[in-house]
Design a protein around this ligand. Sequence first.
Ligand code: FAD
Ligand code: NAG
Length: 494
Amino acid sequence: MKLHFNAATVAVSLLGLSQAQTPQSRQIAIIGAGPAGASSAYFLQKFAAEAGVNVNITVFEKTDRIGGRTRTINPFEDPAQRVEQGASIFVQANQIMYNAMTEFGLSPRTPDPDADPVMGIWDGDCFVFTIDQSAPTWWNTIKVALKYGLTAPQRAQTLTAATITKFLRIYNAPYFPFQSLTQRAQELDLTSATGVTGEQFLSQNNIGARYAHDLIQASTRVNYASNLANLHGLTTMASLGAQGATAVQGGNWQIFHEMAQRSGATISLNTAVVGIQKTGSQYTIQTTPGSTPGNPTAHPVNFDNVIIANPYQFSGISAGQGVFQGPIEQIAYVQLHVTIFSSPRRLSPGYFDLPNSATAPGTVLTTLAQSDTSTSGVDGVGKAGFFSISIIAKATNPQTQQQEYVYKIFSPQVVTASFLSPISWYKPHVFNSYPKSTPRVTFQDPIVGAGVYYTSGMEAFISTMETSALMGKNVARLIVDNMLGTSSGGPVTP
Ligand SMILES: Cc1cc2nc3c(=O)[nH]c(=O)nc-3n(C[C@H](O)[C@H](O)[C@H](O)COP(=O)(O)OP(=O)(O)OC[C@H]3O[C@@H](n4cnc5c(N)ncnc54)[C@H](O)[C@@H]3O)c2cc1C
Ligand SMILES: *[C@@H]1O[C@H](CO)[C@@H](O)[C@H](O)[C@H]1NC(C)=O
């Protein structure tokens, strides 16, 4: 028998480390190429390279594209015209998104010069508030103050900033990485926000009820299709933090596409994972062709780690004995219809009981009417009937060569073409968009089995591209630390 060894294996045996920690490649499967999966892949490669260990990453994605709930579409099927039907905005505090955009040479979308500056909040009976964003700030400040007082907007701003500051500590040691989101939420004093409704959280912080009902609720409805009494305080703050938002020129999905490419992973598109089996200390994965389910086939490589990067309840995955150490929590999601359509006409003033001579606002957000009771989900829309409608772009109709308005409407039900008439182009889509975010203080943790990780527990805490990417990064750190034989992400002692 011929003996051959290299310096690394000698060092490893001298240190008494096991074979599993020799520099051979870890086989890692990532299921889902949305923000969480793409970020997991990107940071796994990055952390592994920094640490000098090898990973072989395989990404399985059931659709034909990377991006998950980011979805960029082309009005009139014209590739030069692009709008977001799914996740559309992020902010500078979203450091993973922002840094990736910069690092990948992508540009922030410049504000559309044609964008309509007038925003009205409609309750199904009347406009409770209207603001012209092209007016000077001081004028709008006065307008808000006259109706809602001076303190409510100021306190809301301060509370949002303070909550975001608390949250941002999770990006850095000792709070990053984390094995338990529940534990970090407590340590960062964020359960005080997640444990109560937005309505309670705002009232505890002395923010006037009328301001909350009209302006803040309009914001939670456009961002999370939820009323203030039905979603928790942290999600409420995330909705308010959306001011000053940006997007990637040409589509947000590009960030995740680039992350996946740069990870060096083998990317299997049109491949749905339907089964995970534990075989010894490894996992086998069964897949079917994504859109046309056929007989499952076993992927030829066994995996040391599996990252499930999509809401498990919708994944269609069945897991065998011993894969999970306990059940994965099912979270109630909002089913949201997002319809993008184009019309040469502006919204009808008559629909909103405005005189025919009036111009309807280009953006109509909504809140509950006096007669509405606040419920969650589809019924929660109330008398207004939709969560928001806005002009998001202008596009050229190839048939008429005329510029038309491109609208986006968020609604709990299918929007019929008759409601929208006259329209010249239309693309509906229905999403399991985000959790209903009812108050809670515990969250599905990311470690769900021996070497098996799950990212979507994050969504009940805050559901955004950034937070999913953060959970992907967190799982990547935990895996590479585990490869290095260090246990990271435990409790932080104050
Ligand atoms: C209409 C809408 C508007 C939104 N607006 C914003 C916004 O403005 N800003 C923001 O930050 N966030 C927004 N969000 C939320 C954001 O899109 C999500 O938080 C984020 O996409 C979650 O990322 P994820 O990777 O966890 O899941 P997903 O984006 O859902 O990605 C999961 C991926 O897994 C794939 N998959 C599922 N099952 C399998 C399987 N069995 N095998 C293989 N692949 C599988 C799916 O096809 C998908 O590609 C919005 C969401 C919606 C729907
Ligand atoms: C890496 O993973 C791919 C896809 O799962 C597989 O085809 C390949 O054999 C693996 N490479 C190594 C060196 O294990």
